[in-house]
Design a protein around this ligand. Sequence first.
Ligand SMILES: [Zn+2]
Length: 285
Amino acid sequence: MPELPELAAHAERLDAGWAGARLERTEPLGFTVLKTVDPPPEAAHGAAVASVGRRGKHLLLRLEPPAPDQPSLAFVVHLMQAGRLRADARLARRPRGGLWRWRFADREALLLTEAGTERRVGVWLVRGDPCAQEPLAGLGPDADALDREALAARLTGQTGRIHTVLRDQRVLAGLGRRLANEVCHRAGLSPFARADRVDGEALDRLATALSEGLAEELATERERDDLGSARERATRVHGRTGEACPACGDVVREVAYRDYAIHYCARCQTGGRVLADNTTSRFVR
Ligand SMILES: [Zn+2]
């Protein structure tokens, strides 16, 4: 799933291309993609795009208010695993995987697609502050906005494993499985460490890993011209089970779950201990 740096760079590209564009009309291409009924999509027609931004793992297309004293509308888009939002020059009647299209009076159209058959991508149209409403209302602060003290405050009272807590969008927003793996490795921290017990030097390292990791990835993503795919991303441990750890040369290991895996280096992160998915064990840290 695209995570904070990929989406931040993609929002910047969309903003550069479509800020100021006048929305002519919207075209629903899939039945279940629009998650809201009020306001109706027609209410957005004719408005100019104020900006394209990001909140958590959502893209945020803000429109100019219809009049200075009226609330503005915004489209919130969640691409989930396989969604893409990009320019649409072809304007096919039934584009492959097509879910939603924005037609502009003075720019290329934007087309939202989803590969595969899961149909998990969502679009919300909201009136007023989008960050105060579903689906954004319950999100924690964006992961790239947290310094050490703010991070410490977010982890207070979180008794889950740090790898799980880092991915909890209500605690901090924007990280998924890849970044949770990468940040734990960068910080030299066991993915199974209890979140509220990460303190002192470990917390220093986690805060640094988070800010430096996100900044490095954002710089890389800014060089792309599209969202790209997970396979194109350079990683240290994520998806590299059996390969050599780039920091120490030890083998990268995994704890496999039904639909994902935690990747880590025992030498760098757990003092050499091999982790097992045994949630009843209180001794694995
Ligand atoms: Zn290592």
